[in-house]
Design a protein around this ligand. Structure first.
Ligand code: GDP
Length: 329
């Protein structure tokens, strides 16, 4: 990228909350080019001392549950309070197929026009691992730009929830009203990650079903082991209507209660520290692998050794040692 996006030039603009600079910086962290990676790393390092923190909220739910409607209503409620809100997306469909469930530009139209809001769709055609790195770096950029809340949206499929839960302070599951039997369909692991389950569409004809679903999930959450990092009553299930803008203030109040409690008890900082360490170790692992397979010869060797192991001609440990010898050479 050009001289204009050098860390020294762009960092002060981001710190001033310049949205174009922020958008350009996110484009930079999305790039896989080695020189861009180096610039992105320098930029993030330059911004780190500012130490700005947003509340990072992960939001997951299946397509059609009302995520974009919820984020728009919820986001507008927060900006009406003067809070700056950034919305990022982790879209596993774009990683797999190049098509995107969350990238639709017409989504969240009102929020996207709000001067206190910043919306960035998921980049297309990236690997899920690449999307994870890009998203956590984009979160850091949004924090440096002075956003108070960063919402990270994902579709409830595959491993994307785990990814998002690992980069957020609160993880919220958005659900639709359902019959009791559908409760079984929610994976236990996802329920365990959730700090709050919001049952959306609690309005009109759907309201009775939504209220039943809330009590079903509340019961299911009670059966999960209570977490020491949570105050009494959490994790909890609540009804909301994104369309009627109902229950959103209560949901926000509970989110801030939980976040404040965790801050006061050290859990918030501890969770962030663990997340940062995890990302660091992931970067080291990925960097080593990239170094190991930097040349066509090295990639051919990895393939050949893998074939030999698969065919039973080599033992895995010996083949791995032979491969790792490249790093010493
Ligand atoms: P997403 O795919 O999860 O982003 O879902 P959308 O926000 O696009 O919503 C899917 C459909 O559900 C749309 O037709 C919305 O109008 C509708 N919807 C969203 N929120 C509500 C709600 O609170 N109540 C009702 N009745 N419908 C809703």
């Amino acid at each position: 990228m050009t001289v204009q996006t050098s860390a020294a030039d762009i960092a002060p603009k981001i710190l001033q909350g310049d949205r174009r600079a922020l958008a350009r910086a996110i484009t930079l962290v999305e790039s896989g080019r080695a020189d861009h990676r180096a610039q992105a790393a320098a930029l993030l390092e330059a911004l780190a001392p500012a130490g700005r923190q947003a509340l990072r909220i992960g939001l997951s739910g299946t397509p059609g549950v009302g995520k974009s409607t919820f984020i728009e209503s919820f986001g507008l409620m927060l900006t009406a309070q003067g809070l700056k809100v950034a919305v990022l997306a982790v879209d596993p469909s774009s990683a797999r197929s190049g098509g995107s469930i969350l990238g639709d530009k017409t989504r969240m139209e009102r929020l996207s026009r709000d001067p206190l809001a910043f919306i960035r769709p998921s980049p297309s055609q990236a690997q899920l691992g690449g999307v994870a790195r890009r998203t956590r770096e984009a979160v850091s950029l949004c924090e440096a730009a002075g956003f108070d809340v960063v919402l990270i949206e994902t579709v409830g499929v595959g491993q994307s929830e785990t990814l998002v839960a690992e980069m957020t302070d609160l993880f919220i599951l958005l659900m639709a009203p359902a019959g009791g039997d559908e409760l079984q369909g929610v994976k236990r692991g996802i329920m365990e990650m959730a700090d709050m389950i919001l049952v959306n569409k609690a309005d009109g004809d759907l309201k009775p079903a939504a209220m039943r679903t809330v009590s079903d999930y509340a019961g299911a959450l009670r059966l999960l082991r209570k977490r020491p990092q949570d105050p009494e009553g959490f994790p909890k299930a609540l009804p909301v209507s994104a369309l009627a803008e109902d229950g959103l203030a209560k949901a926000w109040q509970d989110m801030t209660t939980l976040a404040d409690w965790r801050r006061e008890n050290g859990h918030f900082a501890r969770r962030r520290a663990e997340q940062s360490r995890h990302w660091f170790e992931t970067e080291v692992r990925e960097g080593l692998l990239a170094q190991l397979t930097a040349t066509p010869e090295a990639r051919a060797k990895l393939q050949a050794l893998g074939d030999a192991v698969a065919a039973g001609r080599s033992a895995p440990a010996a083949a791995a040692a032979e491969m790792l010898a490249i790093l010493k050479g």
